[in-house]
Design a protein around this ligand. Structure first.
Ligand code: MCA
Ligand code: AMP
Length: 504
């Protein structure tokens, strides 16, 4: 009997006094100390009556204890459901209801509003603050530092991550133990991670990038992380000399390049910089190499699949491409209408299959069937082509999606809020280029006949419903939306009209 995820990533470090987390304060937490925190939390979940397979919804700031809660869920066979700290109560209500979470762990500041949501649903609420205080750790400190790992199979669920949809409804992507473990092991090999690696970790831990790509790779290799609460250039630059590797979204790289302290000398001992979650401009790639002598390694993934492709560690890292399919991952380019595989060189939809591909969307069989084919290929919604040398290029998206600073934003979700506002006939939300975030959100509204919508009131309504990163940075009023002969809104026309609004 076993628990592949826990045994493979966590349990393997039992008794090791080697460093795992180097904190911003200078304190260090060893692998063994980290496992003990996780085991204590696992004991608390058992005492709360949680059973294997129960979902644990977590909306907390980044901290060692927050990461240990992930370890605890793996050890107790619970499904870890991390949530962006920017989500509003309106957004959280849906995730908690939809997932049927048995336990919600949140910051003390949001305890009252979450109790109101959780109460009628019969979910329990515990608190965990950024400094490790709160009811969860108060109980954990009194609990045993050992926990009998719960048996699980590779097919059992390890995590749920919500991804928004083009219809505006978020979908819970069900990730199994095998999905996570297989991808972590592949990435360790591909990117040559060893126990000597020290990863500069400034990403959030509520999404695939910071949680599974970064953390699981370090766990699987036995290395350690400089665990910073967020992207803070002063801290990153101060700590970089201790690191060997870094992972970030493109905004990390453009911000570092914008700082004169970020020099060739500062990065001289680094062995690898990895970028993903959004397209890295070829220009950033070139500037980075000019400044530091390092070529950023760009890779491509999704919440539903973890990582699919990567530029090579040893071969040429080609700017503007996401490299080759990872070992064990099959990737094909297909015709969006017929689903037939297209010859190399042609642009079509990217489909992937492998042990990394999720099990489906929670309680959404139709959506699962529409995107996950019976033969195991997942239709990513990205458009791409494979060049003559086998490099995959992402050339666009077949889904209406904006990626701002590495966060995905589905226009439909914002349009639904705008459309409801007094005096608004209809709306269209687009992404336009932004020098810091890559893309940013612009809302276009059409007033109802004779109406003059109150834009301040509209923005207040948006703030009430949606996380800050989704808020339109500009609201434009137009007499009508451009439409094609079929009556479909031509967002490409709007994007072209407003492409220079935020030009740097
Ligand atoms: C913060 N703000 C944002 C964003 N982040 N607005 C739009 N897009 C964002 N990404 C808001 C803040 O609330 C603030 O609002 C204002 O913008 C400026 O904040 P600032 O201090 O500049 O932001 P920051 O705290 O420095 O954060 C920017 C960031 C952060 C470092 C780029 O968003 C980040 O860490 N992003 C990484 C996201 C990520 O991990 N994605 C991976 C998803 P105000 O001024 O009004 O208060 S996983 C994935 O995509 C797949 C699987 C993959 O392949 O990896
Ligand atoms: P998410 O839904 O947060 O998992 O985001 C996944 C999406 O991010 C993919 O479908 C792509 O559109 C995008 N993405 C991730 N990595 C890259 C990359 N290196 N280049 C371009 N787009 C990327």
């Amino acid at each position: 009997m076993a628990n592949p995820l826990y045994d493979g990533l966590f349990g393997v470090h039992a008794g090791q006094s080697t460093p795992f987390l180097h904190l911003a304060t200078g304190a260090v937490i060893s692998h063994a100390e980290f496992l003990a925190i996780g085991a204590r939390i696992a004991n608390v979940t058992a005492r709360l009556g949680l059973k294997p397979g129960d979902r644990v919804a977590v909306q907390v700031d980044k901290s060692p204890e927050a990461l240990a809660l992930y370890a605890a869920c793996a050890q107790a066979g619970l499904v870890f459901l991390p949530l962006n700290t920017a989500y509003t109560a309106d957004e959280l209500r849906y995730f908690i209801e939809n997932s049927g979470a048995a336990l919600i762990v949140c910051d003390a500041g949001s305890e009252d509003s979450l109790r109101q949501i959780a109460g009628p649903l019969g979910a329990q609420v515990e608190t965990l603050n950024a400094d490790g205080s709160g009811s969860l750790m108060a109980q954990a400190r009194k609990a045993e530092a050992e926990f009998a790992t719960v048996d699980r199979s590779g097919e059992d669920l390890a995590a749920f991550l919500y991804t928004s949809g083009t219809t505006g409804r978020s979908k819970g992507a069900m990730l199994t133990q095998t999905n996570l473990l297989s991808n972590a092991r592949t990435l360790v090999e591909e990117w040559r991670f060893t126990a000597d690696d020290v990863l500069l970790h400034a990403l959030p831990i509520f999404h695939t990038h910071g949680l599974f790509v970064a953390t699981n790779v370090i766990l699987a290799s036995g290395g350690s992380m400089i665990f910073l609460p967020k992207l803070d250039l002063d801290q990153m630059i101060a700590r970089m000399p201790e690191a060997t590797t870094m992972m970030g979204v493109p905004t990390f790289y453009t911000r570092l390049l914008g700082d004169d302290r970020f020099t060739r000398e500062l990065t001289s001992h680094m062995r690898l910089f990895i970028s993903g979650s959004a397209p890295l401009l070829a220009e950033t790639h070139v500037q980075f190499e000019d400044r530091t002598g390092h070529r950023i390694l760009e890779r491509y993934g999704m919440t539903e699949t973890n990582m699919n492709t990567s530029n090579p560690y040893d071969g040429e890292r080609r700017a503007g491409t996401v490299g080759f399919p990872l070992p064990g991952v099959a990737l094909k380019i297909t015709d969006p209408v017929t689903g037939d595989t297209l010859p190399d060189g042609e642009v079509g939809q990217i489909e992937v299959r492998g042990p990394n591909v999720f099990k489906g969307y929670w309680q959404m069989p139709e959506k699962t069937a529409a995107e996950l084919r019976a033969d195991g290929f997942f239709i990513t919604g990205d458009l791409g082509r494979i060049d003559a040398d086998g490099y995959v290029h992402i050339v666009g998206r077949n889904k209406d999606l904006i990626i701002s600073g590495g966060y995905n934003i589905y226009p439909k979700e914002i349009e639904l809020v705008l459309d409801e506002q007094p005096g608004v006939l209809e709306s269209a939300v687009i992404g336009v280029p932004h020098p810091d975030f890559g893309e940013t959100v612009v809302g276009v509204i059409v007033p109802a006949p004779g109406a003059t919508p109150d834009t301040d009131a509209i923005m207040q309504a948006v703030q009430q419903s949606l996380a800050r990163f989704k808020h339109p940075r500009a609201l434009i009023s137009l007499a009508e939306l451009p439409r094609n002969t079929m009556g479909k809104v031509q967002k490409n026309v709007l994007r072209a009209d407003y492409k220079d609004m935020f030009a740097g």
